[in-house]
Ligand binder design. Structure first.
Ligand code: SF4
Length: 322
């Protein structure tokens, strides 16, 4: 990543060459460009309103640690209040460490920090869920449970913190993979659910914002390393089960040859979203404008009838008693 070239803005040695455009940058100008891109994403997508209370989901991994640092730097540009939320899924020998990094960064910036565990919210840790699920012939896999419960947990935490918006550290690579996953699953219209601009879809749902949506993962790692930001470097032990693993490898390989791939995929998704937002029913009606229901069991939001969280919890109770 480093080179003997000089920065294209000053005479300092470059520490990084941006693959797209082959632009050499020194540490100062890399940091400047990194923060500037996030600021542009916030402005272009109207992520924050003045004086918003912004909840930042911080797991302790590189993305969320870098995100909180950048948002803290940008506080004078976006007068707002930051509050940190962390979800502890209950993954032994993994989450304990990342929670430690989340606590460190919240303390460093003297921010309110709310930590919730799966166990206190849902009655089970992820490890307990996996142990129950392992008794079945057709296991659903850790990431399926984790994704459903963490989404709910983050929303509950952000709502209890009185947040106007919930920021997550999803980066350009995550976003591009999600678009391709939706296409591969035959669910291209799901793209319409993920507008880059936070929208209040329901009073109990805190709108989501992704300031790193246009920032490549590679630059986030470099930002943490160059700025000495400690983060959890060990991967989740269940990550090997994640279905997007092979796609991730493929896209990284493809992106090495064609550096604009990630951003092109995201731009394509934005074009589809823009086009379909002008489309009359019935296509658009199914997704972006669809009605949000309330789950009859827990009262939280649901796309129809019983919500996914109650489905999961009932499934686990049944498996436990069988
Ligand atoms: Fe959860 Fe899967 Fe991510 Fe681990 S890899 S934190 S189980 S979604």
């Amino acid at each position: 990543m480093s080179s003997s070239k000089s920065c294209h803005k000053c005479s300092q040695p470059a520490c990084y060459i941006r693959p797209h455009g082959k632009i050499p940058l020194c540490l100062t100008h890399f940091n400047e460009a990194f923060v500037k891109r996030v600021k542009k994403t916030i402005l272009d997508n109207k992520l924050f309103q003045r004086n918003d209370r912004i909840a930042v989901g911080v797991s302790g991994g590189k993305d969320s640690i870098a995100l909180l640092n950048v948002l803290h730097k940008l506080r004078k540009d976006f007068p707002s209040e930051l509050v940190v939320i962390t979800i502890d899924e209950g993954i032994t020998n993994y989450r304990e460490d990342s929670v430690k990094y989340a606590k460190l960064v919240a303390e460093k910036f003297d921010l309110e920090h709310h930590i919730y565990s799966f166990e206190e919210l849902f009655g089970y840790s992820l490890d307990q869920i996996i142990a129950i699920d392992a008794k079945t012939e057709r296991s659903l896999g850790a990431c399926s449970f984790c994704g459903i419960l963490r989404r709910r947990a983050l929303n509950i935490a952000a709502r209890k913190a009185g947040a106007d918006v919930l920021c997550t550290g999803h980066n350009q690579d995550d976003e591009a993979q999600t678009v391709i996953m939706n296409i591969l699953r035959g669910e291209v219209l799901r793209i319409m659910r993920s507008s880059p601009t936070p929208r209040k879809k329901h009073e109990s749902l805190v709108p989501r914002a992704k300031p790193f949506r246009r920032t490549p993962e590679e630059e986030i790692v470099l930002y943490c390393v160059l700025n000495d930001l400690p983060y959890q470097e060990v991967s989740c032990p269940y990550a090997v089960e994640a279905s997007r693993g092979p796609l991730r490898d493929f896209m990284l390989d493809y992106q090495n040859k064609y550096p604009s791939t990630g951003i092109n995929v995201i731009s394509s998704a934005d074009q589809i979203l823009e086009l379909t937002s002008k489309t009359e029913e019935p296509m658009n009606n199914n997704y972006s404008k669809r009605k949000i229901d309330t789950c009859p069991e827990c009262g939280e939001i649901s796309s129809s009838g019983q919500c996914k969280v109650c489905e999961v919890l009932n499934y686990l109770k049944k498996k436990e008693s069988s």
